[in-house]
Design a binder for this molecule. Structure first.
Ligand code: SF4
Ligand code: SF4
Length: 314
């Protein structure tokens, strides 16, 4: 079964241990208000126009079979309702100003692409399937299977809002699960992500049982200003992790970043956090201290950028 991929990121050091290649799958089961990968929210393909690279030649307008493209003054307008994501315009663009997000791969073809950098994986690197939500595409299991058959270390970065059957099929071919736990209050979770967290917590139990038998499990919590960044939320998540004994190897607190604001603009999607600043160093340290106090697991790490007190990052 084919999979739809938004991007392949090489030499990544943020999606699990060591140096990795990360495949970003299209489509997600949640709608987190702060999502850092807006190009991975929709399951269908999408076109992005980079105005800085565009030489305004009009070639793309001529090749589009559906008449989706037109200049409005200096700006290329994309009629997203009519676009069928054929990406002919991307292929024809002489300025590399158009980027198609959402290309189809067979699992075998994607696997071949992902293992090209295996020389850099070293002893603890490998491939991470991320997104979006990779496990919402059933073909992701075949990708994992293919990678394992080639001796590649595999990680799955999941929001947990996935069918338990898919998770159960994926785990035998997975070395590391990066499991997002964002908010423990069910009502707040629903408000912030569009879904309650019942399924996510049930699947977390399942993954913890897998980890008890030798799988590696990392929990990741995004620190989102005004949403997930209360010490109370961090304490509750810490207590949950601690209740799982030694199942969880590492807990990462991932500081909010706003680098994705341009991606939202290019996709014509409004973003609630557009003007939100990074956490300050002291705010992030306060949350890390709240996490440390829970003694949740052996490794608790703060990741991502913060700003110094008094700096502005609007
Ligand atoms: S992706 Fe295809 S349908 Fe969409 S704008 Fe480009 S050429 Fe037109
Ligand atoms: S083909 Fe590329 S460079 Fe030319 S107008 Fe379209 S987006 Fe711009």
């Amino acid at each position: 079964m084919e999979v739809i991929i938004s991007d392949i990121q090489r030499m990544s050091s943020e999606d699990g241990p060591g140096l990795r290649v990360t495949a970003f799958f299209k489509g997600c089961s949640l709608r987190c208000e702060w999502c850092h990968n807006p190009e991975c929210i929709a399951f269908h393909g999408e076109l992005i126009w980079n105005e800085n690279r565009c030489i305004r030649c009009g070639t793309c307008i001529g090749v589009c079979p559906n008449g989706c493209l037109a200049f409005d003054a200096d700006t290329l307008k994309i009629d997203r309702a009519k676009c069928v994501a054929c990406f002919r315009c991307e292929d024809a663009c002489p300025g590399a100003a158009l980027e198609g997000k959402g290309k189809a791969f067979t699992p075998e073809k994607l696997c071949r692409e992902l293992v090209k950098d295996r020389a850099y994986f070293g002893t603890d690197g490998g491939v991470t399937l991320s997104g979006g939500e990779a496990l919402m595409q059933p073909g992701s299991v075949e990708v994992l299977q293919c990678l394992k058959s080639r001796g590649i270390q595999t990680a799955v970065d999941t929001c947990g809002m996935v069918p338990a059957e898919t998770l159960e099929r994926a785990l035998p071919f997975t070395d590391i699960v990066l499991y997002d736990i964002k908010v423990l209050d069910n009502g707040l979770h629903e408000k912030l992500t569009g879904c309650g967290n019942g399924t996510i917590l049930e699947n977390f139990d399942l993954v913890c049982r897998w980890a008890e038998k030798g799988g590696r499990l990392w929990v990741r919590t995004p620190l989102i200003p005004g949403a997930t960044d209360s010490p109370g939320n961090i304490e509750k998540i810490g207590a949950l992790i601690k209740s799982k004994g030694a199942s969880v190897e590492r807990w990462e607190l991932c500081a909010f970043n706003n680098l994705c604001r341009d991606k939202y603009r290019r996709l014509n999607i409004p973003w609630k956090y557009r003007e939100t600043s990074l956490l300050t160093e002291s705010e992030a340290k306060r949350l890390a201290a709240a996490a440390e106090k829970t003694l949740a697991c052996a490794q608790i790490r703060l990741t991502g950028a913060t700003m110094k007190e008094g700096e502005t990052n609007g």
